[in-house]
Design a protein around this ligand. Structure first.
Ligand SMILES: [Zn+2]
Length: 397
């Protein structure tokens, strides 16, 4: 449990009546005054705690209502220029899948709920993105393919390879998810880091989809931000357990997008494509071997790419209890992976976008917990994101 939070001072006058009551309630005393940002963080985590207590003890209403009012007031009065991380979500576009389908559609909703409940975000930081346009999609995909997907003209065999039956929801969801990564690239350039709570659909090729992937959001977004003129070179750091074969294939002859994939040698896809850097790991690879290989790969990829923006695919499927992973990385190992990727980007002055990619744990809660620990780490480091953004801007001058 945290040690308590301090009395907000500048810019927070209106909550002076509410907050002292909460201190007494939670901590029995007031504590030293911190910065408004620090107060905001501590209050948000107290809201989260109160919600949990409310659930467990059945007395949430008493605690939670004044806390949440105070948190909202604090949010509205947060200091100008407060660093932030924008989070894009699309889980309201649910695919109508049969109950026996192996794809864990619920993970997206559960993950967004975890983000929402955490109190770590202001209202305008959790955003539904616009759809990717035809023009944006066609920078990564063949026009004919985009049209056939949009108009329900994929063959049965093509749909079978994608793994989802065609529906308008499928098209809209895929367009939105690419839109989320596009918008996240812009947000990352402003704030240092941003998050798409879906995306990472790296098995989509220029003219076909497979493995639950219809459009390749990483390449669509990389080319959209390049077309905007804000960035010339992008590095894709693909840590999903399956090779990013679609990404590698689309970018094979594109020197401006560097593709790095660390994945299971014997896992899907059986026929691998050639990324700029591939690291293949044997079945049942454990934490230390995984992280050692990742460290080498990150260093090499970031140095070689000379990129100005990174897109990180934080797949949950290298996890030991993943049904499709064949690896043996623990949840703590995956947390360490996130830390290494964030730190590597930070050291290089690279703004980065995080996308979720795959995750098929036996218990969907485990997949959500792995994605959540990635997101939470990013949200808790958002002050760093601000500095990173500044450093990047100075670097690009
Ligand atoms: Zn995967």
């Amino acid at each position: 449990m945290h040690s308590g939070f301090a009395q907000p001072r500048c810019g927070c006058l209106q909550i002076r009546e509410t907050v002292p009551l909460l201190w007494v309630f939670l901590h029995g005393q007031t504590q030293k005054v911190g910065s408004p940002l620090e107060n905001l963080r501590k209050l948000r985590s107290s809201v989260h705690l109160a919600k949990k207590m409310g659930t467990e003890l059945g007395r949430g209403a008493l605690l939670f209502r004044p806390l949440s009012i105070a948190a909202r007031q604090l949010r509205q009065q947060a200091p100008i220029g407060r660093p932030r991380v924008k989070v894009f979500y699309t889980d309201q576009y649910v695919l109508p899948l049969p109950p026996t389908h192996t794809f864990p559609m619920a993970k997206y909703r559960l993950l967004r709920q975890a983000v929402d409940d955490s109190g770590l975000l202001a209202d305008d930081e959790l955003v539904t993105p616009p759809s990717a346009s035809d023009e944006e999609l066609e920078r990564a995909h063949a026009r004919d393919y985009v049209e056939r997907v949009s108009q329900n003209r994929l063959t049965d065999a093509e749909q079978l390879k994608v793994g989802f039956p065609w529906s308008e929801h499928l098209v809209e969801r895929s367009r939105r998810s690419s839109g989320a990564t596009i918008w996240a690239t812009h947000a990352a350039l402003e704030d240092g880091c941003s998050i798409n709570l879906a995306g990472g659909t790296h098995h989509a090729f220029r003219d076909r989809g497979e493995g639950y992937c219809l459009f390749n959001d990483s390449v669509v977004a990389a080319r959209a931000i390049q077309a905007s003129g804000r960035v010339r070179r992008v590095v894709v750091l693909d840590c999903d357990v399956h090779q990013g074969n679609g990404t590698a294939s689309i970018c094979e002859f594109d020197p401006t997008i560097y593709t790095f994939s660390i994945h299971g040698a014997k896992n899907y896809p059986l026929k691998k494509e050639r990324s700029d850097l591939d690291i293949e790991l044997p079945d049942r690879t454990e934490d230390q071997a995984y992280l050692d290989a990742l460290e080498r790969g990150l260093r090499h990829a970031i140095e070689s790419s000379r990129a100005e923006l990174a897109i990180y695919l934080a797949g949950a499927d290298p996890y030991v209890d993943d049904r499709l992973g064949r690896m043996a990385v623990s949840m703590a190992g995956l947390a360490e992976r996130d830390r290494m990727v964030f730190d590597a980007c930070h050291r290089a002055g690279l703004p980065f976008v995080i996308t979720m990619a795959g995750g098929y744990a036996r218990r969907v809660e485990d997949t959500v917990a792995i994605h959540w620990q990635t997101v939470r780490r990013a949200l808790r480091q958002y002050a760093r994101g601000s500095r990173l953004s500044q450093e990047s801007r100075e670097k690009s001058r």
